[in-house]
Design a protein around this ligand. Structure first.
Ligand SMILES: *Cc1c(COP(=O)(O)O)cnc(C)c1O
Length: 310
């Protein structure tokens, strides 16, 4: 069994690489997908303090997700790695048929997660639904983790992304130092990661704006207000112009962009989150009317788990 504290102490900071300059904007990328093959990118960040809290009381970790949830896959893998039982409440009764499973559910099952499939209606109500309540009651010693893993403990973990960026700057006190990044960009699903970046920028006192690129049609501002402590002191925004009609939706232009990007920079993107994020950043740089020289940082949150083992 791997000790959770030892595991996180052994994690090294993920690299920041320079990509290109568009319209006086020098674009860098933090390769956070290199932190773990399955519990990857922001999912490892979000789970850290949840896992540490669950460890001390040996709790079963219960969470929610859809068929393609990276969070569910990551939680299952983390549970197995650290010997904590995991339970997934999954949206869609039709997914009880294993023939319909994609990467996330296969990974979850392989890592010993107990799966419960519920109707979309039940799922929408989460723990207010009687059927879901009775599932939860089967696991008396348990910790409930919201969909996507976003709660205060997850935000604490994501704050450390900024701690790492600031420390990186002290070591390489040169062109890619954090104090010289004028903006950081991240893909947003529930907004938990962005809330952590906002709080991290405040804590590190960095003069940096934080831009979330929504990958789905949803009003995310409210969840940021709820999750972030520092939302009043940091310059942040959610950009809703690059969701490409919704979660996991795409267009030929987006697919082309991803292929070209991966070829040009020899860096992998995932189609659901980071392709949209990078498309947005490159497009915003190209359209910028400010002649200002700036350094922009893309936070690559991972999502590559399924790409290599599908
Ligand atoms: C889950 C996920 C996100 C979304 O993170 P939130 O904290 O829910 O906004 C972004 N990128 C990747 C790769 C993800 O797997």
């Amino acid at each position: 069994m791997t000790d959770i504290t030892d595991f996180f102490a052994a994690q090294s900071p993920t690299p920041i690489v320079y990509l290109t300059t568009i319209n006086h904007k020098r674009i860098y990328l933090k390769q956070d997908y290199l932190n773990h093959p399955i519990i990857q990118g922001n999912k490892l960040r979000k789970l850290k303090y949840l896992l540490l809290a669950a460890k001390s009381s040996r709790q079963t970790l219960i969470s929610f997700g859809g068929a393609y949830s990276n969070h569910i896959a990551a939680l299952a893998a983390a549970g197995q790695l650290f010997s904590l039982p995991t339970v997934g409440i999954i949206r869609g009764q039709e997914l009880a048929a294993t023939s319909r499973w994609g990467y996330a559910l296969k990974t979850a099952a392989q890592h010993g997660m107990q799966l419960h499939f519920v109707s979309r209606q039940a799922y929408r109500a989460k723990q207010a639904n009687p059927e879901i309540q009775s599932i939860i009651r089967q696991y008396p010693q348990s910790m409930l983790i919201p969909e996507g893993g976003s709660n205060q403990l997850a935000v604490m973990g994501c704050k450390e992304i900024m701690t790492e960026i600031a420390a990186n700057s002290l070591e390489n006190s040169m062109e890619n130092s954090a104090t010289n990044f004028q903006a950081i960009f991240a893909a947003c699903g529930t907004g938990g990661t962005l809330a952590g970046l906002i709080d991290g920028v405040a804590e590190q006192q960095l003069p940096m704006r934080v831009v979330g690129v929504a990958v789905l049609k949803a009003a995310l501002n409210d969840s940021i207000l709820q999750l972030s402590q520092a939302h009043q002191t940091v310059d942040w925004q959610i950009n809703n112009d690059y969701h490409f009609s919704g979660y996991a939706k795409s267009t030929p232009a987006l697919i082309d962009f991803q292929q070209q990007f991966e070829q040009q920079f020899s860096l992998p993107l995932d189609a659901v989150y980071t392709a949209k994020l990078c498309y947005a950043v490159f497009d915003l740089a190209a359209k910028s009317i400010s002649p200002q020289r700036e350094n922009w940082l893309i936070y690559h949150s991972g999502g590559l788990q399924g790409a290599t083992s599908a």
